[in-house]
Write a protein that binds this ligand. Sequence first.
Ligand SMILES: [Zn+2]
Length: 343
Amino acid sequence: MTPPVIYDPAGIDFDRPGKHHYNVAFHLDSSWGYSLVPLTVINGQRGSSAGSRGVVAFGGTHGNEWEGQVAVKRLCRDLDPAEISGCVILIPQLSQSACVANTRISPLDGVNMNRAFPGSPRGTISYRISNFVKTRVFPKVQVVLDIHSGGNEGGFPICTSFHPIPDPKLRAEIAEVAALFDTPFIMIYSSQMASGLLTDEAEAERKVTIGGEFGFGESVNRWGTLHAYEGIKNVLRHYRMLPGKPVKIDRRRSTRPRVVQAPNLEDYVPCPRDGIWEPLVDLGGEVKQGDLLGRLHDFGDHTAEPLELRAHRTGVVLMMHFPAESAKGVTLYVIAEDVQEKT
Ligand SMILES: [Zn+2]
């Protein structure tokens, strides 16, 4: 039996005990029909939920990023309300129309869900979905987990991420929760690259907010999916919403996640001209200032010298454009630096 269609999102009872699956209907802008956004709400029946923190996990904020969609979908089935204490909300395909199309942005209105916050009840479909999240979902939770990956642009080593957080107490809690995903890296990234992010909105509401890149290439990275799936469960264990202690996810690595930051726009280097990008370093690899990172080729003249790109600083390659074709202006790579952060 498919989950019931909810035509009026205001009618969802987020406090109903047990586990309930829904398809939330957002009407199309240009024809009859709906985007049916999958939603699962669990109000646990284990002990008292007094003092427990609500948690929401999103997949598919970008449609061509699959690890979060798969991990959150599996949790919709696997989490047992008899074992849960408190409220868990799961949305495996937030930009459902983009997920169906395997595209970053919604083909219905051309809007990037991760730039559509806080949304509007009278906007196009992506703005109405983001406004539903802002007005109906966020008030029920204190912890917001938004699982991304690199789509068809950015290659990343698997990482969780958050923006610089001015309040040291909140920052420490966010760093602690980010480490529960046990990814090789935790990246603190610039807030200046874009606005209207889901995580921006949650951070502005002072929620414990975690983003992250769990793979790339429009695939389902098995390690990324494992880190997302077990990481979300670790967050529930950490807040005593699931029994037991957080578990070690990657047993191949004995170290804790390495915390790096790229807070300045200068560390997000744009491609200087159109070309074919030949990378010469690994994702997550160490580079020294002046190291050759890659070559940009122009096949208009196969005898032409490639343009060599060299590291502007010493650090870790936290992102690199992975398709061969690289357009002038696209972010080609990000070099981050280590930061001391207690996790
Ligand atoms: Zn994304």
